[in-house]
Design a protein around this ligand. Structure first.
Ligand SMILES: NC(=O)c1ccc[n+]([C@@H]2O[C@H](COP(=O)([O-])OP(=O)(O)OC[C@H]3O[C@@H](n4cnc5c(N)ncnc54)[C@H](O)[C@@H]3O)[C@@H](O)[C@H]2O)c1
Length: 344
C-alpha cells in the first residue's frame, strides 16, 4: 500500500518510520523545507530511541521518502494521514489552521479515491468539518472517506508504543475506509492488539476523554499519595494495585457504598479526593482551597498529629500562605516534594 504522512514532527515521523517498517510505501511530507532537507540526509531533528536507525534503514530499503511536494504524495497514495500540529489557540481551543491548510491542499489534488485520516489530536466534530471542507475545495467531485486514528504514543517510548500499542482506535463512517485501515495495521492484528473500530466522532472523543481520564488519574493519585503519607501506606504499591484493574464504567452494587466509605475515611484526614476537578494542572488544585476550614476542624476533632501532613499537603498544592497562616494550631513547614508517581 502507498500512504502519505503529512507533518514530520514527533507523531508524523514516528508514524511514517513505523509504517515503513511494516513494509508500507511511505511519503512523509512537510512544508518546512529545512526539516525535510535534514530528514532526506537521514538526520532526525530530535532524540527518540531507535527512530533515527529505523528511519535510515527504511530510507535505504526504499520504503520511506521525505518530500515537500504534497501534490505528488497525495496522487500516489491511497491513505493520507494528517499529523500536523494542533496547538492551543484562544481560550485553550485547538487551533486547526494547519489541519485546514493541509485539507485544502489535499482536496485540490485528489486524483482518485482517498482515505483522509486525522492522527493529529482534534476536537469532536473535526471529521465532519474536514468532510465539508474537502467537498468545498475539490475542483471536481472525487470520492473519499474521512477517518480518525488518534495517536497515544509517549515521547521516549514512541516506537514501542507504536509497535506494541495497548489499543488502536479507528473511527470511520464507511466500511471501505475501515477495511483499508485494518489492512494498513495488519501487523498489529497479527500480534493480537486490541482494535476499537467506531465512528469518526467517537474516535475523536476517545482521544480527548483518554487525556482527561489520564489527568484525572494523576490528580487522584496525588490525593491518594497524601493519604498514603498520612497513614504510612506505600503509594507506589497502592497505585500498582489500583492500576491492574482495567474496568471502566462498570462496577458492582458495592461501588457506591465503598466510595462513601473512602470519602468518610478521607474527610477526617482532611485529604479530600478531588476526583479530577483540577485536571488542568493537578499541582494547582484550586478546589482544595474551598474546604480548608472544614478540613481543619475535622483534623482538630480527630487527630492533631496529622496536622503537619495537612500543612505539607497545602504547601504542595501552592495554597496561599495567607490561608495557612489562619491555622494557628499548625506551624508552617517548607514545601516538600510529593512522592506520587506521574501517571498510570
Ligand atoms: N507529541 C506527542 O507526544 C503527541 C502524542 C499524541 C498526539 N499528538 C498530536 O499529534 C499532532 C502532531 O504533534 P507533533 O508533536 O508531532 O507536532 P509537531 O509540531 O512536532 O510537528 C508538526 C509538523 O507539521 C508540520 N506542518 C504544519 N503545517 C503543515 C502543512 N500545511 N503541510 C505540511 N506540514 C505541515 C510542521 O512543519 C511540523 O513539522 C498534534 O495534534 C498533537 O497534539 C502529539
Amino acid at each position: 500500500m502507498n500512504i502519505s504522512v503529512v507533518g514530520t514532527g514527533y507523531v508524523g515521523l514516528v508514524t511514517a518510520a513505523c509504517f515503513a517498517e511494516f513494509g508500507v510505501q511511505v511519503v512523509a511530507v512537510d512544508k518546512d523545507v529545512a526539516k525535510v532537507a535534514l530528514l532526506q540526509q537521514g538526520n532526525v531533528p530530535f532524540f527518540e530511541p531507535g527512530l533515527e536507525e529505523m528511519t535510515r534503514r527504511n530510507m535505504r530499503e526504499g520504503r520511506l521518502v521525505f518530500s515537500t511536494d504534497l501534490k505528488a504524495a497525495v496522487e500516489k497514495s491511497l491513505v493520507i494521514l494528517i499529523a500536523v500540529g494542533t496547538p492551543s489557540g484562544d481560550g485553550g481551543v485547538a487551533d486547526l489552521s494547519f489541519v485546514r491548510e493541509v485539507i485544502v491542499g489535499i482536496a485540490r489534488c485528489m486524483n482518485g479515491y482517498k482515505v483522509v485520516v486525522t492522527k493529529s489530536t482534534v476536537p469532536m466534530g473535526t471529521g465532519a468539518m474536514i468532510r465539508k471542507l474537502i467537498e468545498q475545495s475539490q475542483p471536481r467531485s472525487v470520492p473519499f472517506s474521512v477517518a480518525s486514528n488518534p495517536e497515544f504514543l509517549r515521547e521516549g517510548a514512541a516506537i514501542e508504543d507504536f509497535m506494541r500499542p495497548n489499543r488502536v482506535v479507528i473511527g470511520a463512517d464507511d466500511p471501505q475506509a475501515i477495511a483499508i485501515l485494518r489492512d494498513l495495521y495488519n501487523p498489529l492484528y497479527l500480534i493480537e492488539t486490541p482494535f476499537v473500530i467506531t465512528n469518526v466522532v467517537s474516535a475523536e472523543m476517545i482521544k480527548y476523554a483518554s487525556n482527561a481520564f489520564l489527568a484525572t488519574k494523576i490528580s487522584f493519585i496525588n490525593e491518594i499519595a497524601a493519604l498514603c503519607e498520612a497513614v504510612g501506606a506505600d503509594v507506589h504499591e497502592v497505585s500498582r494495585g489500583m492500576g491492574l484493574d482495567n474496568r471502566i464504567g462498570t462496577g458492582g452494587s458495592s461501588v457506591y457504598k465503598e466510595f462513601l466509605a473512602i470519602e468518610r475515611d478521607l474527610r477526617p484526614l482532611a485529604l479530600r479526593i478531588s476526583l479530577g476537578l483540577n485536571c488542568e494542572d493537578p499541582m494547582t488544585a484550586e478546589n482544595n482551597v474551598i474546604d480548608v476550614e472544614a478540613w481543619t476542624a475535622d483534623i482538630v476533632k480527630h487527630d492533631r498529629s496529622l496536622g503537619s501532613n495537612l500543612v505539607e499537603h497545602f504547601c504542595d498544592y501552592k495554597l496561599p500562605i495567607s490561608t495557612l497562616s489562619q491555622l494557628p494550631q499548625f506551624s508552617l513547614r517548607t514545601n516538600q516534594p510529593r512522592n506520587a508517581p506521574k501517571s498510570h
